[in-house]
Design a protein around this ligand. Sequence first.
Ligand code: URA
Length: 208
Amino acid sequence: MKIVEVRHPLVQHKLGLMRRADNSTKTFRELAAEVAMLLTYEATADLPTEEVELPGWAGPVRARRIKGRKVTLVPILRAGLGMLPGVLELIPAAKVSVVGLQRDEATLAAHAYYEKLAGHMADRTALILDPMLATGGTLIATIDMLKAAGAARIKALCLVAAPEGLRAVERAHADVEIFTAAIDERLDERGYILPGLGDAGDRIFGTR
Ligand code: URA
C-alpha cells in the first residue's frame, strides 16, 4: 500500500500547532482546513491532464487541464467535515459524497447510517477525508462502500494516522493510497491516537 507521510515544513508546522491542548475552536478548525489543503496538493499530484487550446491574450494558446470526471471528496461524518473547506479551496468544483458510519456495539462492525454518493463513481478519483485514522474500521467500511459503488481510484487524506490503523487498511485494501501529516506512535486503550490530537470532531466543532 502506498502510504505518504507528508514531511513538508508547512504541514509539519501546522500539525505541530494543532497538537497544542489550548487551541481555540477557531484556530483548530483553521489549521485542520489548512493541513487538509496541503495534503490535497500532494494527493492530487498524479491526476491525469490533457492538452487543450484556449483563446489567450496573444492568440490561441495550448494549456493543460485535468482530464475526465475529476474528483469526488468523501468526508466521513462528523470530523471529516472539518477537512472539507480546505480541500474545496483547491478543488472548488468537486462533487461531495457524504458518508456517515456507526459502530454496531454487538458486532463492532461499522455500518452506514448515511450515504449520498456522487454519480459515475467508476470514472472518478475518490478522496476520502478522515482526520484520525485510528483502528481503521471506519475507513475500511467507507472504502468497501465506495468500491461497491464502482470506485477504483481511492485515496484517503488523514491528519494523523496510527500504525495499527494503517496495517488494518493495508490488510483490507492494499490498493488504496493514504496521505497523512503524521504517523503517530500507537492507540491507547480507548482507541485514541497517541500523541494524536484528542477527539478531532469535538475540537473542530467546539463540542463537549
Ligand atoms: N478519533 C479521534 O477523533 N481521535 C482519535 O485519537 C481517534 C479517533
